[in-house]
Design a protein around this ligand. Structure first.
Ligand SMILES: Cc1cc2nc3c(=O)[nH]c(=O)nc-3n(C[C@H](O)[C@H](O)[C@H](O)COP(=O)(O)O)c2cc1C
Ligand code: SF4
Ligand code: SF4
Length: 346
């Protein structure tokens, strides 16, 4: 029995996990004779989104970034037209493997925030379903090995197929809500990531001297966040850290600059303590212990980061500086830097 004649899946994907999850849903729907539209939101006009047909089951699939959906998906949902369809919220997040036990990622506020927006637009939420695929975030942890990637891919494909059969027959699945305690605890971090963290990470990427200017990263970026400065790729604050560029660079030239970020963080903390607080405290008030200080410090930090990032970008023409930056990037090393790309489906 199939309850829905049509399925519309909107997905965003950096390295292929969410695209796979979207396709796994679509496969089962097609098997059941449901008409399927798979829509990659990075390739649609996100300013003029057309309404889904009224009898369609609507699905949103996206990775989790900093305990939330990435801004590109949040903005898509925010601009989504009003409607009364049934909606499934899915995510793919950082699964890991300990023995045969899949450790789950953390969804944070992604489901609740999106459900709230969609509910206010008239939609009815029928599922919140997390999928623990391999983590692609090699800026913060070593890349996963092939065995882990393959195991997580296979297990999650089965899991999504079971979920698809259930929901296409009119069922619902709110297993994402079983984690409400952890999700609530990390909510403040998700705000920190949204307002500060993602901008910091945007400036951790750079192209080493191995770059041959093929421009593939610039063309493939789903949010057009890389531009050419001084005839080399330059990461702007628009970057969503989806990891696509780093995973696809044919020269493996894109790295995360752990060393220089650490140095910039130390330098800016010196600036704060040495100049900024003293100046403000003398002239106005004790800014260090006020809400204003809480806001000003990260804003200033990002300002300093932007300036240093640009200086380093030009300075990397000097071989010695380029090598220093490369050798203090963990992603450069074999034990850490395995690039992640989701497995292709059979
Ligand atoms: C910048 C960034 C932040 C991430 N934050 C989280 C997180 O908060 N929780 C989580 O479980 N996984 C997190 N991950 C892991 C991804 O959500 C996960 O690997 C996802 O399946 C990638 O999907 P994609 O291949 O479709 O881009 C993060 C990954 C990146 C790159
Ligand atoms: S994909 Fe790699 S080699 Fe090509 S321009 Fe980007 S950084 Fe350079
Ligand atoms: S610059 Fe790279 S990591 Fe950032 S959004 Fe574009 S493809 Fe993703």
């Amino acid at each position: 029995m199939v309850t829905y004649p049509k399925l519309v899946v909107y997905y965003f994907s950096g390295t292929g996990n969410s695209e796979n999850a979207a396709k796994w849903m679509a496969d089962i729907a097609k098997e059941k004779g449901t008409k399927v539209s798979l829509i990659n939101i990075a390739k649609t006009d996100r300013l003029a989104i057309s309404s889904p047909e009224s009898d369609a089951l609507v699905v949103f699939v996206s990775p989790i970034h900093g305990f939330n959906y990435p801004p590109v998906m949040l903005n898509f949902i925010r601009r989504f037209p009003k409607g009364k369809n049934n909606v499934l919220l899915m995510n793919t997040r950082a699964g890991m493997l300990i023995g045969k036990w899949i450790t789950p990622g953390l969804t944070g506020i992604a489901f609740y925030f999106s459900a709230l927006i969609l509910k206010m637009k008239g939609y009815s939420i029928k599922s919140m379903f997390p999928v623990d695929l391999p983590s692609n975030w090699i800026s913060v942890h070593p890349g996963l090995n092939e065995r882990t990637v393959k195991y997580l891919h296979e297990r999650n494909q089965e899991k999504v197929h079971r979920f698809a059969r259930k929901v296409l027959e009119g069922g619902s699945d709110f297993r994402g809500m079983y984690e409400i305690i952890q999700d609530t605890l990390v909510a403040p971090i998700s705000l920190g990531y949204y307002f500060i963290g993602r901008f910091l990470f945007a400036k951790t990427y750079y192209a080493s001297a191995d770059c041959d200017n093929c421009d593939l990263c610039i063309k493939a970026c789903p949010v057009k966040a890389i531009k050419k400065v001084d005839n080399r790729p330059f990461w702007t604050f628009n970057c969503e850290s989806c990891m696509r560029c780093m995973s696809n660079c044919p020269k493996k030239a894109i790295e995360t600059g752990h060393g220089y970020i650490l140095v910039i963080a130390l330098l800016s903390s010196l600036v704060f303590t040495g100049l900024f607080y003293r100046y403000f405290t003398l002239l106005f008030f004790d800014v260090e212990h006020t809400f204003l200080g809480f806001i000003l410090e990260p804003v200033l930090f990002l300002g300093i980061l932007a300036i240093w990032y640009r200086i380093l970008h030009y300075a990397m023409r000097i071989k010695f500086i380029e090598r220093m930056i490369v050798y203090t990037s963990l992603t450069k090393y074999k034990f850490w830097g395995r690039r992640y790309k989701a497995l292709k489906n059979n």
